[in-house]
Design a protein around this ligand. Structure first.
Ligand SMILES: [Zn+2]
Ligand SMILES: [Zn+2]
Length: 391
């Protein structure tokens, strides 16, 4: 029995703690030319194992895909052609401005080290960044600037838990996570809210785990509209720690309510063609236009018609599935609540809780039921001890 428990525990923890993490930048683009400018602290450029060149603040380094190689020009002067180019920071506070020239994309700033190579006909750029700097960038990209410290701390746990749980997501491409919403949005280094650095530092190593000590799936959305959603209404299965519950913290915020009108013919055409709904049946029509959700539902009208609200949301680009439907002349009026899928943590509710004096632990435990907050190193320490015992 003890052996079984030990094995279960070993499987449930990620086997190493990443102090730094490899992020694939511009992963959604086929970039063929980058401009790299050190903005603070110098860098050393390594071209394969042949060349090392020191870069000062303000140097313009253009890296361009030519054939299968990266052609490097420093302040327009040719510096060499390489398979792999590394940019190593001189000091811990070094950062650069990066701009994709082809395609042309607005410049962004990133910290720490970089590695460029050629992959599938494009330049692959990896930011080898400290976990703390990465998390700070993600929190500002996903949570905005100027928020309360306790709110940022919850976001820090969410992003850290996600990152450590998904370290192998892009393993075959040579990095841990990408910079897009596929993983976590990482558009820039942290620029505006220094409070974010404090939140990352003060929650150092803390993660959310479930009752079996597994890192949880840290789902979140902008506003739940007053009630969080069962995960099975959005995806396939329910999630134990994302049980739906009432949330009064978000109902007076700006995204709490919305409404849109859709031409009746468009609405009915979709229901007829996609689901074969008998739109001329008076009883059904009556149900269609007096549809109300006191509590969140999974289906429109009645489950027996098999019309998932998530399909309507997707088709008509609605902010959420938490809406009522009525008719006004020839327009279908959708009165909705909330923004996003509604599963897990409600960002606007969490912000209100923080403003009202709740701390990040209380906020985290309010939205993720039955979980605990743990120091990731303690999970590892325990697993290492178990390894020793097994040896
Ligand atoms: Zn990804
Ligand atoms: Zn909410």
């Amino acid at each position: 029995m003890r052996v079984i428990l030990v094995i279960i525990f070993l499987v449930s923890v990620t086997p190493y703690y990443a102090q730094s993490i490899r992020i694939g930048l511009y992963d959604n683009y086929s970039t063929k030319s980058f401009l790299f400018i050190p903005k603070k602290g110098g860098y050393t450029l390594f071209g394969d194992s042949l060349v090392s060149i020191h870069l000062n603040v303000g140097n313009n380094v253009q890296c361009k895909l030519e054939g299968d190689s990266i052609s490097v020009r420093i302040d327009k002067k040719f510096a060499g052609s390489f398979n792999r180019v590394l940019f190593q920071q001189d000091s811990l506070d070094s950062y650069v401005e990066l701009k994709s020239l082809n395609p042309s994309i607005k410049a962004h700033e990133f910290r720490d080290n970089f590695e460029m190579s050629v992959s599938k006909g494009k330049l692959s750029l990896v930011n080898d960044v400290s976990l703390a700097n990465y998390l700070a960038g993600v929190i500002e990209s996903e949570g905005g600037s100027g928020r309360h410290l306790e709110y940022y701390k919850v976001q820090a746990l969410i992003s850290r838990t996600y990152a450590l749980k998904n370290l192998r997501r892009h393993e075959s491409e040579g990095f841990n996570l990408c910079d897009a919403v596929h993983c976590q949005a990482y558009h820039n280094m942290r620029k505006y809210s220094i409070t974010i650095d404090q939140a990352v530092e003060e929650t150092k190593s803390e993660v959310f785990v479930d009752s079996n000590y597994n890192l949880i799936g840290t789902y979140f959305h902008a506003n739940c509209g007053g009630q969080t959603s069962d995960a099975s209404y959005v995806w396939k299965n329910s999630i134990k720690y994302c049980e739906p519950h009432i949330d009064t913290f978000c109902i007076d915020t700006k995204q709490a309510k919305w409404n849109v009108s859709i031409p009746r013919s468009e609405w009915e055409r979709y229901l007829l063609h996609k689901f074969g709904l008998d739109i001329n049946n008076e009883y059904i029509m009556d149900q269609m236009y007096s549809f109300k959700q006191k509590n969140r539902l999974a289906f429109y009208i009645h489950p027996s018609f098999g019309i998932p609200l998530r399909d309507l949301r997707q088709k008509f680009r609605l902010k959420s599935t938490f809406f009522d439907v009525s008719l006004n002349n020839n327009m279908v009026v959708i009165d909705g609540r909330g923004f996003g899928h509604g599963v897990g943590l409600c960002q606007e509710g969490a912000m209100s809780m923080a403003e009202m004096g709740h701390n990040y632990r209380q906020i985290g435990l309010f939205y993720f039921s039955g979980i605990r907050i743990m120091d990731y190193n303690k999970l590892l320490f325990f697993s290492e001890k178990v390894y020793d015992e097994l040896d």
